[in-house]
Design a protein. Structure first.
Length: 285
């Protein structure tokens, strides 16, 4: 028995660093969506997201610091310092100039840009199932695979894709608040398509979200020249279908849980003070 436990712990420990890093990247757009689009009513969801962000970042701290050092050496200190100066200047401009009501600030647009850039990292975790297949081939015992690895991968993928669903739902909530409800479905479709492209670039061509800054020329050339072949189109189309179907299913589950969770509170409120109809639902998570 002790041998099986040690084998399971060793197999799961092998996945901790890369799983935590991929989950961290998947949670980033969710955290951004809380700032850009809506703050959740549930403090458990808000603080749970921040706790998971911190916990998933810690195992990769040395890796991240090393990569940042590589970026500085690769693009040059002058570039990095210039980027910092420009960022601070834009933040100052945002604070002192763009304060009119109803005007989206430069910080908001910058946050939205990185929200879209990092969003594919959330559904990307679904493709990490290939690592489970590889581990199963390593002659682990049936008990280790069934009781340790499969639950670990399911929790990991559920957390990552759940972050994607909540992020896109927050975007839909924001569109509804702006009076653009008719664009929600189209926006979700576009987001799914962009995520499918991002997943292909990350899984098969091995680009990362930060290559937008560190390697823009090669990224643009790849998008323009290599994504129009038959194989990439088929893969991205299949990925789009999987994302869209799973998104719709999980969205219904989240809405159902949210409505049920708040149903007792809604029953105690006077009629007219709670949004209970399908058209007026406020996604109260």
């Amino acid at each position: 028995m002790m041998g099986l436990i040690l084998e399971a712990l060793e197999a799961m420990g092998h996945n901790v660093r890369w799983m935590s890093w991929n989950l961290f990247l998947g949670l980033l757009p969710l955290a951004l969506s809380f700032w850009l689009f809506r703050k959740p009513r549930s403090r458990w969801l808000l603080w749970g997201t921040w706790v998971l962000l911190g916990a998933s970042f810690v195992p990769s701290t040395r890796h991240v610091l090393g990569y940042l050092r590589h970026i500085v050496q690769d693009v040059g200190k002058t570039y990095v310092l210039g980027a910092i100066v420009i960022t601070l200047a834009l933040m100052a401009l945002d604070i002192w100039v763009l304060r009119q009501r109803g005007v989206r600030s430069l910080r908001w647009w910058g946050g939205f840009f990185w929200f879209i850039a990092f969003l594919p990292n959330a559904p990307y975790v679904l493709t990490d199932i290939i690592h489970l297949i590889e581990q199963i081939k390593q002659n682990h015992s049936v008990w280790t695979v069934t009781l340790a690895l499969i639950p670990q991968y399911l929790a990991f993928m559920l957390a990552g894709f759940g972050a994607y669903v909540l992020s896109v739902m927050n975007l839909g909530y924001y569109l509804k608040q702006q009076g653009w409800s008719r664009f929600i479905l189209a926006t979700e479709t576009i987001v799914h398509a962009l995520s499918a492209i991002g997943i292909y670039l990350g899984r098969f061509i091995r680009f990362n979200s930060w290559d937008i800054l560190t390697n823009p020329d090669e990224l643009v050339n790849t998008v323009m020249n290599d994504l129009i072949g038959k194989r990439p189109v088929v893969v991205m189309a299949a990925t789009f279908v999987v994302i869209a179907v799973l998104y719709w299913l999980m969205k219904q589950v989240i809405l159902g849980i949210s409505q049920r969770f708040y149903s007792s509170q809604s029953e105690s409120e006077p009629i007219g003070e709670s949004a209970t109809s399908a058209d007026s639902i406020d996604l109260r998570f």
